[in-house]
Design a protein around this ligand. Structure first.
Ligand code: NAD
Length: 258
C-alpha cells in the first residue's frame, strides 16, 4: 500500500490551484505525509496570501518563502526544517522559469542573461536544494523533479527551457549516483503538457495540448493528480529500487514516431 505516514515532505513550486506541485502536495497529503510548503515571495505579499489559503486544508507544518536564486532564503528553509522536523524524507522540486521572449521564435536569439536565468532557476536549483537536503535525509530519502520531453527532443518554442530540462535530467543522474550510498533516490517525472501559469508562457501551448489529444495513445492529456500520484509512488517504498530515472507521465505521447 502507498503509505507516507510519518514522512516529512518539502514541496516547492505551488503558485495556484493549476500548479503541478499542488497536485503533488494533495497526493502526498492523502498518503499521510507531513507537509512543508515553500512559495516564491513577491514585494506585495500577494503570492504568500494566495498560496497560504490554498494549502491550508493540507495543514502544512511549515510554510516558508523560498526564492531559489537567493542562497540565504534556501539556507533558512533547510534550517527551519532541521529545527522543526529534525529529518527530511521527501523533496519535491517542481519549479522552472524562463523569460517569455525566450520561449518563442528563433532559439538562437536567446541572450546570455536569459540563458543563464533559465538554467539557474530551472536546473541549478535542483542541485542547491538537493545539497541542502542531503544532510537532513538521515534515514534515506526521495527527491523528485519535473521535466518535459523538450529536454530530449526539439519542441517548437520550448527553446531555452529545453536546454534547462536537458541539464536538469543530467542533474538527476549525477545526484542519484552521488546520493545513492546514503539511500537517497533522485528521479524525474516527464509530464505531458498541462495548462498552468508556467506553461502559458510557452508559445503555442494550446496547439501542443491539442496535438497530444490527437496523437497520444491515451488520446488525452494528463492531469496534475496523475502526475501527483506518480510522485507519491516515487516517494514511497513501493519504488525503493528506482533511482536516476526519468519516468514519463504523458499519456504515452513520447513513444510515438508520427
Ligand atoms: P506553475 O507556474 O504552476 O509552477 C512553476 C513554479 O515555479 C511557480 O510556483 C513559481 O512560483 C516557481 N518559481 C519560478 N521561479 C522561482 C524561483 N526563482 N524560486 C522559487 N520558485 C520559483 O507551472 P507548472 O507547469 O506546474 O510547473 C512546475 C514544473 O513542472 C516546472 O518545472 C515545469 O517545467 C514542469 N513541467 C510542466 C509541464 C506543463 O505542461 N505544465 C510539463 C512538464 C513539466
Amino acid at each position: 500500500m502507498l503509505d507516507l505516514t510519518g514522512k516529512n515532505a518539502l514541496v516547492t513550486g505551488i503558485a495556484n490551484n493549476r500548479s503541478i506541485a499542488w497536485g503533488i502536495a494533495q497526493q502526498l497529503h492523502a498518503a499521510g505525509a507531513n507537509l512543508g510548503i515553500t512559495y516564491l515571495p513577491d514585494a506585495t505579499g500577494k503570492m504568500e496570501k494566495k498560496v497560504s489559503s490554498l494549502v491550508e486544508p493540507l495543514n502544512p507544518s511549515l510554510f516558508l518563502p523560498c526564492n531559489v536564486q537567493d542562497e540565504d532564503q534556501t539556507q533558512a528553509t533547510f534550517d527551519a526544517i532541521k529545527e522543526k522536523w529534525g529529518q527530511l524524507d521527501i523533496l519535491i522540486h517542481c519549479l522552472a522559469f524562463a523569460h517569455r521572449d525566450d520561449l518563442m521564435g528563433d532559439f538562437s536569439n536567446v541572450s546570455r542573461q536569459g540563458f543563464q536565468t533559465a538554467l539557474d532557476i530551472s536546473a541549478y536549483s535542483l542541485v542547491s536544494l538537493a545539497r541542502a537536503a542531503k544532510p537532513l535525509m538521515t534515514a534515506g530519502g526521495s527527491i523528485v523533479t519535473l521535466t518535459y520531453l523538450g529536454g530530449v527532443r526539439v519542441i517548437p518554442n520550448y527553446n531555452t527551457m529545453g536546454i534547462a530540462k536537458a541539464a536538469l535530467e543530467m542533474n538527476v543522474r549525477y545526484l542519484a549516483a552521488e546520493m545513492g550510498a546514503q539511500q537517497i533516490r533522485v528521479n524525474g517525472i516527464s509530464a505531458g503538457p498541462i495548462r498552468t501559469l508556467a506553461s502559458s508562457a510557452v508559445g503555442g501551448i494550446l496547439d501542443m495540448i491539442h496535438h497530444v489529444e490527437e496523437v497520444a495513445p491515451l488520446r488525452r492529456t494528463v492531469t496534475q493528480q496523475e502526475v501527483g500520484s506518480t510522485a507519491a509512488f516515487l516517494c514511497s517504498d513501493l519504488s525503493s529500487g528506482i533511482t536516476g530515472q526519468i519516468l514519463y507521465v504523458d499519456s504515452g505521447y513520447a513513444i510515438m514516431g508520427m
